[in-house]
Design a protein around this ligand. Structure first.
Ligand code: GDP
Ligand code: IMO
Ligand code: MG
Length: 428
């Protein structure tokens, strides 16, 4: 038996999709445990690109059971669109189940997400407008709808009557927006129910059997540690827990069963949306990094903010998640930079910090302490073994591992599976 948790170690988009795809055909089950269709995970196989938002990135392997766990918020419309796209591309996705306990994004959630952002004005977060925050709010407020409710039309109708009163009250009074119609929502969701029904399962026995039968399980994290509702740069975070702890609650796998936690990190840093970013580059060098790295969002197409690798952030991610293996992606993007920098810690009001502080106005104004490295100025994309990388590149990678307190076991030098250098295998 092995249970591997994979988390993003920065602000998301570290290349988790690629790594999940690499491992998915060697495991029996891939479970998504949090987030929703705010995520965008890219998998490139044989030059063909797939983008996953809700469906686990292991779906390309028919022998691997893909589970949408109960920590995920599922927009049924987005889910069916993604499923249709896969099926019309020749991937039947029969190996897919959704926990009956997973909450649903309702039609008013994306609307409230966008209206809430507009009302915040200059303090907006830069959310994906997918309704993620409002859906988790309702879950915690205990007025959410779960996927299993699709199988209970009378319950759905009764509860919707009550919940919609609350929602329409804020829509019309607070935001001066159009109210939602109960019957329209009911018809729409009962239409989805027919198609989603075959995928709905009680995942408890499935997962317990897998654990007890010694199966290999991979937990696919979405977002990243710095977007975590508790550990991240609050309030500039998402509304779930993209950490190893969140993987346990979102799937029902106990912490004692986790055998390894893999952290995926980009060789530099990116972030979409607002919030502090100590190593951000807002100059021509930043533009170069964004262009070479094609740093435009998978979900919203927004330009990602870019900056140097921040070891203060990454060591915090390693420590709070128990990351015992790091994957460093997009190393090839740094091929043409003469000088590279790694931030080792911060100075804030004359004081040294080895990790990001909770106070985000302080974090916004820290002075990063940098170590400089000569660039390797040669292409790495065609390297197939770690030893083939230029010496300066290996020095950079090894220093990243040293500063973060974990070893870099896998290095990625391109989007495709073959652009992967394995120093130590991630799975036993
Ligand atoms: P995720 O959300 O963590 O799965 O990451 P995204 O898919 O949103 O963004 C990562 C992007 O980088 C995708 O377009 C990947 O195809 C691409 N990518 C992944 N690894 C590498 C790499 O090593 N080099 C390059 N150049 N691109 C990569
Ligand atoms: P993957 O899984 C990068 C960011 C949004 C915004 C903040 C809150 O592809 O790494 P939300 O819509 O979640 O309420 O937005 O979180 N965000 C991501 N950034 N990658 C993601 O997912 C993200 N999911 C949410 O840009 O700043
Ligand atoms: Mg992404």
């Amino acid at each position: 038996m092995s249970v591997t948790v994979l988390v993003g170690g920065q602000w998301g988009d570290e290349g988790k999709g690629k790594v999940i795809d690499l491992l998915a055909d060697s495991v029996n089950m891939v479970i998504r445990s949090q987030g929703g269709n705010n995520a965008g995970h890219t998998v490139v196989t044989g030059g063909k690109e797939h983008r996953f938002h809700l469906i686990p990135s292991g779906i390309l392997y028919p022998e691997t059971l893909c589970v949408i766990g109960h920590g995920v918020v599922v927009d049924p419309k987005a889910f069916l669109l993604e499923l249709d796209e896969l099926q019309s591309g020749g991937i039947p996705a029969r190996n897919l189940v959704i926990s009956e306990r997973a909450h649903m994004v309702m039609p008013y959630h994306p609307v409230l997400d966008q209206l809430g952002e507009e009302m915040r004005g200059d303090d907006r977060l830069g959310t994906t407008w997918r309704g993620i925050g409002p859906a988790y709010e309702d879950k915690v407020r205990r007025i959410g709808f779960r996927i299993g409710d699709l199988q209970k039309p009378a319950f759905l109708e009764k509860k919707l009557r009550f919940v919609l009163r609350l929602k329409n009250e804020s829509l019309t009074r607070l935001y001066n927006a159009e109210p939602f119609n109960e019957k329209e929502i009911l018809d729409e969701y009962l239409g989805y129910a027919e198609r989603i029904d075959p995928y709905i399962r009680d995942i408890y026995p499935l997962i317990q059997d897998a654990l007890n039968d010694g199966k290999k399980i991979l937990l696919e994290g979405a977002q990243g540690v710095m977007l975590d509702i508790d550990l991240g740069t609050y309030p500039y975070v998402t509304s779930s827990s993209p950490t190893a702890g969140g993987a346990c609650t979102g799937s029902g796998i106990p912490p004692s069963r986790i055998t390894r936690t893999v952290g995926v990190f980009k060789a530099y840093t990116t972030r979409v949306g607002y919030g502090p970013f100590p190593t951000e580059l807002t100059d021509a060098l930043g533009d170069q990094l964004r262009e070479v790295g094609a740093e435009y969002g998978t979900t919203t197409g927004r330009a990602r903010r870019v900056g140097w690798f921040d070891a203060a952030v990454s060591r915090y991610a390693v420590a709070t998640n128990g990351i015992d293996a790091m994957v460093l992606t997009k190393v090839d993007v740094l091929d043409e930079f003469e000088t590279l920098k790694i931030c080792t810690g911060y100075l804030s009001k004359g004081e040294y910090w080895d990790h990001p502080m909770a106070n985000i106005s302080h974090l916004k104004h820290v002075e990063p302490i940098y170590e400089e490295f000569p660039g390797w100025m040669s292409p790495t994309r065609e390297c197939r073994r770690y030893e083939d990388l230029p010496a300066a590149c290996r020095t950079y990678i090894e220093r990243v591992g040293e500063l973060c307190g974990a070893s870099v076991n896998v290095v990625s030098v391109g989007p495709d599976r073959e652009h992967t250098l394995v120093r130590t295998p991630l799975l036993d």
